[in-house]
Write a protein of this length. Structure first.
Length: 201
């Protein structure tokens, strides 16, 4: 007697498709286990230790950069952080697609960066993905939300609580929901360093 297996919509699956789906499910479970372990590591109160394990998991972190406690991430393999950048407490870093954070970037506490979301216009509510690129010398204020497929230009400033749904040009200051221009940085030659991170944050 043949075993008939259907997908969640009741459509029959071939043997090859069943094997493929099982393989994908196992990989997903292993990744979820890794991400859960990194979540626990995120509460170790020494940033050198956290950074060590994040790098082992596949995240690329430049010299002098630090991630404060309580970081949540999805698939660290797609996350790159440049040099001398600081990620604040309880941030969400989505690695389901490319997430590139440049040099001397200051990301405040509880910022959420997503590069995957559901397509509400699709009848199956399918996920969509898009790269998030944050260029050098960007400052992102507390509890801002960055959505998929956007680039934040060099030296831009994102105000606290802003929701970024489209590209932000260099040196622009934006705020609001959705974010809109509220000013512009007058400093043209950005060359500062953020300095030493707190060891126990």
């Amino acid at each position: 007697m043949l075993l008939h297996i259907n997908d969640k919509y009741g459509q029959p699956l071939s043997f090859q498709t069943v094997i493929f789906k099982m393989n994908c499910r196992i990989k997903t479970i292993l990744l979820e286990l890794c991400v859960y372990f990194l979540h626990l590591i995120g509460y170790v109160p020494v940033h050198h230790i956290r950074r060590f394990f994040y790098r082992i998991a596949g995240m690329k972190i430049g010299k002098g950069s630090s991630l404060h406690m309580g970081i949540r991430m999805y698939n660290p393999n797609n996350i790159t952080i440049g040099e001398d950048s600081i990620i604040g407490e309880n941030c969400v870093l989505d690695g389901r697609n490319i997430l590139s954070i440049g040099n001397h970037v200051d990301i405040a506490s509880e910022v959420m960066i997503y590069n995957s979301e559901h397509d509400i216009k699709n009848s199956l509510f399918n996920p969509t993905v898009g790269k998030v690129i944050i260029e050098d010398f960007v400052f992102i204020g507390p509890r801002a939300i960055i959505l998929s497929g956007v680039t934040i230009g060099k030296g831009a400033v994102i105000a606290a609580g802003a929701v970024i749904t489209k590209n932000i040009p260099s040196l622009l200051i934006v705020g609001g929901v959705p974010a809109h221009e509220i000013g512009r940085r007058e400093v043209k030659n950005l060359g500062y360093k953020l300095g030493r991170a707190s060891w126990f944050r």
